[in-house]
Design a protein around this ligand. Sequence first.
Ligand SMILES: [Fe+2]
Length: 337
Amino acid sequence: MKTLLFTLIFGVVLLAGCEGQDTLVIYTDRHYETDDAIYDAFERETGLSVEILSASADELIQRIQSEGETTPADLLFLTDVGRLERAVDADILTPMDATIVAAIPERYVHPDAYYTGVTKRARVLVYHPDRVDASELSTYEALAEASMAGRVVIRSSQNVYNQSLFASLLDLQGEAAFDAWLSGLKSNLARRPAGNDRDQAKAVFAGEADVAIMNTYYMGKMAFSDDPYERDVARALEVFFPNQATTGTHVNITGLGVVKHADNVEAAEALITYLLSENVQNVFAATNYEYPVLESATVHPYIEAWGAFNEQTIPLSRLGDLYPTVSMKVDELRFDQ
Ligand SMILES: [Fe+2]
């Protein structure tokens, strides 16, 4: 498997032009080294070669748009449905053969199969048991109540993980309740939103806050980190799945779609089939602490120990229309200020 530097993109065009049908080119913003072993195994099993171009989702979407019909990209693999919806809106994907995704729950697949989820992650509450009793926690909504004043941390509202969580809550709560909630959450923050998801857990560990909103796999990554401090953080904190008696915990996907001007649709669909196979779903779960989208696949024991939970049931593609409203609302509220 080859990893291509973003700046070498014109080299990629030539390379893809030479290697033709045996080379599959994936543009991705997934930032996990463990994916490489999966692509290497696919190469060994199929004789195809895989080339990876890594950059941010927006850079990749723009790149595919500007490359047009000459794009070397066969697949676009992005984290978060918000970014996948941006790719659909940009008209750079084409529907895949729907039989490939027949085993995947419908809410994780675009209704016209422009993309499918490959892995999923829950956006949960992580708390310090010395300062929070689990009975104090219930829902995302309750984080806006007075009892949580000065106790909550979350990364920037501009981050797509939060935009998707907020879009789901806007859909479920309706606009008036959502506005009140967002404002209540902002006033309960222990500090201005800063850093990434792990930094929120670290702030709770350090005593700056009591409850963090973050994605599940970062707890797995910290628990098995090379950094002893991160292992201490994960060991000290507990995970809580909000909204279990109401609308369910927000779950998002990383997923991929076939690029509209892909040269190699057959190989692209073969790779999607491979990524959704039970063995590979098990590898994603075992190495990156994500939940497999294939329900028969095995969850990592560390993650599984948290138990089963109820997920939001809204189809993720429905969030697509809500992002502009969410962006406007967080900006109006100056959520990050
Ligand atoms: Fe992430």
